[in-house]
Design a protein around this ligand. Sequence first.
Ligand code: GRF
Length: 220
Amino acid sequence: MVNLGVLVSGSGSNLQAIIDNIEAGRVDARIKIIISNLADVYALERAKKHGLPFMVVRHKEYKTREDFDQKLVEILKAHEVELVILAGFMRIVTPVLLRAFPMRVMNIHPALLPAFPGTHVWQAEVDYGVKFAGCTVHFVDEGTDTGPIIIQAVVPVYDDDTAEALSARILRQEHKVYSQAIQLYAEGRLEVQGRRVLAKGIPMFPDSFMINPPAGIFER
Ligand code: GRF
């Protein structure tokens, strides 16, 4: 069983997926505290609905990012949090948080890192014309979206995709892989070796391929 602290800033659909998977017994974790840096976000409605403890810590009330993070650390430690989950959290974390939770902060990014770091990734992916996209759960390090990758999911991109259609397709996979990453952690299966994260005892994806658009000429 791992104690989670979940940091949110918005809709909280990833938070909801983690809550649902905990309640369904698929993830051996308990959410000890949910912290939002903004007051009226739907993620807090989700916390209320499930009777989970939550707090609002307004980043604007702190002079520096470091002071804000120090407050987060105090709250997380006070709630005996072992693993910090960034779930749609829109603040860059500083070494203050990372030093308090070394290789114990996870984030989900809606792209196949290291491609498309940063924000507005869906439009960038559509505009670039990629044929596959996806999402990445990684441990957070001092860079932006650069930490060791734990798990990734891939989805096809269609010629008529809008950013909204693509983000919805990716989000469905986010809601699976984040809980999978937390469960691998809870089972003690994640071994970090430099940039790589090995999932001990878990068979890797079988040797296969995907081609988009489909290689029809080989089937005709
Ligand atoms: C998701 O696309 C996630 O990849 C990014 O924030 C978006 C919103 O997440 N980190 P949520 O619905 O608030 O969990």
